[in-house]
Design a protein around this ligand. Sequence first.
Ligand code: XMP
Length: 513
Amino acid sequence: MNQKIIVLDFGSQYTQVIARRIRECSVYSEILPFDTKASDIASREDVCGIILSGGPASVLAKNSPMPDPEIFRLGLPVLGICYGLQLMGRILGGEVVKGKEREYGYGLLSFKKPGILLKGLKSPVQVWNSHGDRIEKLPKGFAAVGWTQNSKFALVEDAKRKFFGMQFHPEVAHTPKGMKIIKNFLYGVCGCKGDWKMSDYVKSAIDKIRAQVGDKKVILGLSGGVDSSVAAALIHKAIGDKLTCVFVDNGLLRKDERVKVENLFKKNFKMRMKTVRAEKEFLSRLAGVTDPEKKRKIIGKTFVEIFDKAVKGVKGVEFLAQGTLYPDVIESVPIAGNPASLIKSHHNVGGLPKEMKLKLLEPLRELFKDEVRALGKELGLAHEVLWRHPFPGPGLGVRVVGEVKKEYCDILREADAILMEEMRASGIYEKVWQAFAVFLPVKTVGVMGDERTYDNVIALRIVESADAMTADWANVPHEILAKVSNRIINEVKGVNRVVLDISSKPPATIEWE
Ligand code: XMP
């Protein structure tokens, strides 16, 4: 049995981030509802500490979420973060007041002696705050360790009882030394040994899936992307043939994509997999449509219809599995100009038809992308699958500018495959966020041999980005661009000109549509 930290969830959007940081320290954690009984915690094996998360409520308000006060008598170390600190203040006999101003954003935490939590750090350290209330009087036994401009009790401790509290958020990236502080709590206070690893996660995730699914059947829409691939591999390991994967070939995929997905999942993993070849259906509905949003809607709607039909063809399905990750579910609250939390309005969150009446199975819901990749590796998925660039749901539908025709998609597929080959061969593929070709329905004049040509244009889009919210065009060596351009013009019939997109986002977007 792994040692574990209990995180009591008071509704912070960062609760899962706390759990993630704990995993990063090789320690297992379990998130439980804020009102979990102390006796319940005591009855669990190998609990070595409790963390009280932040939360949107005020401890001064009526009916604010309160923990069982007995948790402070279990003899376990407790760390309260933000709202968690104020709860400790309130319950253990201190005083919490409404702050005159909200403290929101960067702050500097100063301290004289580091105490156990700031061990190894030098004053001041940058921290991230987001709170309205503050502690005015500390409970008995507590001492202030660190302060910020707006709060004299930014980090407090009762070293004897092993109770700690902090007004700031050590779990977010805006507190650069936050990991060190969390590590000090886990290793220095709770006595964690670091006995958790990703393979343990696989085991517990499998148990959870089996418990949730029982003997029922599960369906999963496979896109070939990282998230759905890892979800498929995990669920398959848990329930084998009770999982059916559905792959819809919408005719807007990259070259050989369907075959690659079938080889991997059907042949290699021996999964039950249903491929629906629906190119004609998609393309006929797209005929004559040039508006990007209309195209997106048609593609989305057609997908749902076809997927729904495929699901009805599998008897006794009760669950729909999705590769939803934590950043897909995190609420869209902007964190100080970090727009990462605002992504995902139209991106990658699969549109689940409400009338499908299936229960959701989302085994990756607590994980972040890099953790999903680590999990995928553990499950035996190839590096190439796990490090694929993001690919938009509407696929080539938004990369053929204007009207989508099969002929254009075929040309684009060939050009894109050459770009991918050269990106991979030069090692650039993994250094950039996304690289792809775009088909422009513009004819330009060229000469080939002695002949005049009048053909289409391919644009190359290669961008660097951390989160797709902003992006810069990547500085790719000229020799590689030259090779890609030469190959496309020579090898792809119907193209006589290749251009490079050198626009940043904003004001441009990554995709052309
Ligand atoms: P933009 O073009 O908005 O793209 O800068 C940002 C990221 O989102 C992807 N993208 C989409 N993904 N459905 C998706 O699943 C879409 O309709 C869609 N549009 C853009 C894009 O590839 C980039 O990674």
